[in-house]
Design a protein around this ligand. Structure first.
Ligand code: GYE
Length: 316
């Protein structure tokens, strides 16, 4: 081999090695289709996902569906077209996902569900689901009520449901009803959706109070609706937390403030900080590691009396 040829070859080889060293391990891209920004919980969830992706060195393509399934489906299709490594999403409702998830499967892009579950006959359409046990949250709310309600006679309960057809609305209702049916004097007299927002919670509570003020308990599927309802109760000249006992779910800071003001009686914790766990799973899935079909988050319950002590420790 001529000397110049040799030099050329070794230069090329050195260049290749240097190139390989200089190239960063190609970053994973995650497409995340979020439900929206309907509540304090959701905002904390979004922050957790964005921060965790950054910390994990994962490139995040984030889309906000404004609580509409059609927008989430569009976002998932666009993630498929962009050939992301993994798709994750918090399904706004439980049904209607099979077609788009088949498309992801055909494109060989693994899908992870976060926060909310789906109903499907084909479990192979997603790898795993990370989130809370909403039925258990509903049960905790019901048990707290039965153990802490002191009045005599019939107990009329009004219910503010979450988004129609969403896993947390369906399952929280189910868990709560399962427990209270043990004591027939506890009855849900009115139940309507407040779509997990403060504005709707207020509006629906106003309507409830207009038709019938004989209400002893409010069960709200999230804190934001409870906070909206508190305004409606005050506007009707009643004392929230006293004239009407209020039970809600999430345990966001706004709920702690309401409890410290004596206006909310109890909140059941639902942890929105799913980001770090999701990023770990994204990496493991790409590395081919098997995942359990369901990963539950750990949660607690906070009555009013514990609010001032717990408040400084709250992260969302
Ligand atoms: O409770 C509510 C939010 O899916 C657990 O969605 C989530 C729920 C949460 O809008 O505040």
């Amino acid at each position: 081999m001529s000397k110049s040829r040799k030099t050329l070859l070794s230069t090329v080889a050195a260049g290749l090695i240097a190139g390989a060293i200089a190239l960063p391990a190609s970053a994973l891209t995650l497409g995340f289709a979020q439900v929206g920004a309907e509540s304090e919980w959701r905002t904390a969830n979004t922050v957790s996902i964005k921060e965790a992706a950054k910390a994990a060195g994962i490139t995040l393509k984030f889309s906000d569906a404004q609580q509409k399934q059609e927008n989430q489906i569009k976002a998932i299709r666009s993630f498929i077209a962009q050939k992301v490594d993994v798709i994750a999403f918090a399904p706004v409702v439980t049904t209607g996902w099979d077609t788009v998830l088949m498309e992801a499967k055909k494109a060989k892009i693994p899908v992870i569900l976060t926060d909310r579950s789906i109903e499907t006959k084909d479990e192979s359409l997603y790898v795993t689901m990370i989130g809370s046990d909403f039925t258990e949250e509903g049960r905790k709310a019901g048990k707290w009520l039965l153990e802490n309600y002191k009045g005599q006679g019939d107990v009329n309960i009004v219910e503010l449901q979450g988004t129609v057809g969403s896993a947390p609305a369906i399952e929280r209702k189910k868990g709560f009803e399962e427990v209270i049916k043990a004591e027939p004097r506890f009855k849900i007299t009115r139940s309507q959706t407040g779509d997990f927002t403060r504005a709707k919670g207020k509006e629906v509570m106003e309507a409830f109070l207009k038709t019938d003020k004989n209400i002893q308990v409010l069960f709200a599927h999230n804190d934001d609706m409870a906070i909206g309802a508190i305004q409606a109760i005050e506007a009707a000249g009643m004392k929230p937390g006293k004239d009407i006992m209020i039970i809600s779910i999430d345990a966001v800071k706004g709920a702690f403030e309401a409890m410290m003001a004596g206006k909310l009686n109890v909140t059941v914790e639902c942890n929105p900080q799913l980001g770090p766990q999701l990023m770990d799973i994204v990496k493991e899935v790409k590395a081919g590691k098997q995942q359990p079909k369901r990963i539950n988050t750990k949660e607690s319950i906070f009555p009013m009396e514990t609010a001032a002590k717990e408040f400084p420790n709250r992260k969302y």
